[in-house]
Every structure is written in structure tokens, then in C-alpha cells.
Design a protein around this ligand. Structure first.
Ligand SMILES: C[S@@+](CC[C@H](N)C(=O)[O-])C[C@H]1O[C@@H](n2cnc3c(N)ncnc32)[C@H](O)[C@@H]1O
Length: 217
């Protein structure tokens, strides 16, 4: 990434309360470069400029750490190019992460990023999230997603693999409040409820963001 993008990343993370170390900055930069390289051949992201990657992918992913803490087990559903799981793992290595996507090429990219960054306890799996319950019954402390699906569909996939005291976190852009109220009845039927919604502005861009936190009833 160019210097301006690295600066956005550092300042944006600091605004989230994360002081990135030189090693973490290097890892995130390496990841961004690999993402750009693979993106020329396979479609991982529509955001291709360095500043966009720094803010809309890296800083945005790190905003999850406003609520998620390690040590814990985290599942990232529909993770695509590794968001939010890979940036989060760089900063919070005591999270054991399982990252799933239904598209094999996206998982091949994530596996390459895992090798490059030398992660321990990060499994990138090519599976549909609906099939995870058999292998991971009530296994995760956190089940998260970004730009994945409507809230009830995500929660229906997350509930069987969530520990009874675990938390589901949906990372949302603007209009989260409407999405939450539209989802409430369906969540009730599924046996879940919205515990809280954390609204904030994405550092550097100012775009509206919300973390919707959901628990088992
Ligand atoms: C819009 S992308 C978001 C990717 C990433 N989370 C991000 O924020 O950049 C949604 C991803 O969900 C994946 N997906 C859709 N349905 C899925 C399912 N049932 N199980 C696993 N992955 C799924 C798609 O392949 C796609 O990569």
C-alpha cells in the first residue's frame, strides 16, 4: 500500500483504540498487496485503490474489535477475501478463527494469506455455512459476518454453532436500525434477540456503521 493508505490505516485503527505495532502494520500491508495481486485474476473485491482497501476493508474489519475479544473461538461466515477475519486475527491472535465461504477460489486466497502471515489457529474452509452444525455444535463464542445476508438468515446459520452464552455480531452499514426492526419477529421465532446495537462512524471516511449484537433467548 502507498504511504497515504498506510497512514489512514494507522490513524483509523488508532481512532478505534488500536495502536498497531510495526509488525501488525507490515502484516496488514502484506495482506493488502496479496489481495490486489489475486484480485487481478479472481474477483475478491470491487475496492482496488490502496486508500479504499485501508479504510473500507482493513479499518472496517478491525472495528469488530469494539465488541469481540480473545481468547475465544470465532466463526466468520461468508468471509470472501478474508473480511473481517484476517485483519482481526493480525491484531487479536488469541482468537481461534474458522472462516468459511461457499466459493473455493476465495478460500484458496485465504489459505495463501494464512501461510504468508504465519497464522496459527486460523482455518479457512470451503463449505456452506448451513453444513457446519454437525462438526461444530455449540462450539463458537462469537459468530460474525460482514456484508453477508439479511439478519434472520445469518442468525439461523449461526445459532446451531454458537455456545449458549455466545454472541452473534452482524456488521452493518447504514439503515441497520430498519433492518433490526424488520428482523425482530423472525428472530423471536428462531429463539434469538438483539441484545444491543453499537452505532459509530467509520474512521477516515465517516460512513455510518453498526454492530448488531444478538444472543440466544
Ligand atoms: C458480499 S460477500 C462478503 C465477503 C466479506 N465478508 C466482506 O465483507 O468483504 C458475501 C460472501 O458470502 C459467501 N456466501 C454466500 N452464501 C454462503 C453460504 N451459505 N455459506 C458460506 N458462504 C456464503 C459468498 O461466496 C461471498 O463470498
Amino acid at each position: 500500500m502507498n504511504e497515504r493508505a498506510r497512514d489512514f490505516l494507522k490513524k483509523g485503527a488508532a481512532e478505534l483504540g488500536i495502536e498497531l505495532t510495526a509488525a501488525q502494520l507490515k502484516s496488514l500491508d502484506l495482506f493488502a498487496e496479496e489481495l490486489k495481486k489475486w484480485n487481478r485474476k479472481i474477483n475478491l473485491t470491487a475496492i482496488t485503490d490502496d486508500e479504499g482497501i485501508a479504510v473500507k476493508h482493513l479499518v472496517d474489519s478491525l472495528s469488530l474489535l469494539k465488541v469481540v475479544r480473545g481468547p475465544a473461538r470465532m466463526l466468520d461466515i461468508g468471509s470472501g477475501g478474508g473480511f473481517p477475519g484476517i485483519p482481526v486475527k493480525v491484531v487479536q491472535p488469541d482468537l481461534a478463527i474458522v472462516s468459511v465461504d461457499a466459493v473455493v477460489k476465495k478460500i484458496s486466497f485465504q489459505k495463501q494469506a494464512v501461510r504468508l502471515l504465519g497464522f496459527q489457529s486460523f482455518d479457512a474452509l470451503h463449505v456452506r455455512a448451513e453444513t457446519l452444525a454437525a462438526d461444530y455444535p455449540e462450539y463458537f463464542d462469537w459468530v460474525v459476518s460482514r456484508a453477508f445476508s439479511d439478519i434472520p438468515s445469518f442468525v439461523a446459520m449461526a445459532l446451531p454453532v454458537l455456545k449458549p452464552e455466545g454472541r452473534i455480531v452482524a456488521m452493518k452499514g447504514k439503515n441497520a436500525a430498519e433492518e433490526v426492526s424488520a428482523a425482530e419477529e423472525e428472530l423471536q421465532k428462531l429463539g434469538a434477540r438483539v441484545e444491543s446495537v453499537l452505532d459509530f462512524n467509520l474512521p477516515c471516511s465517516g460512513d455510518a456503521r453498526s454492530l448488531v449484537i444478538i444472543v440466544k433467548k
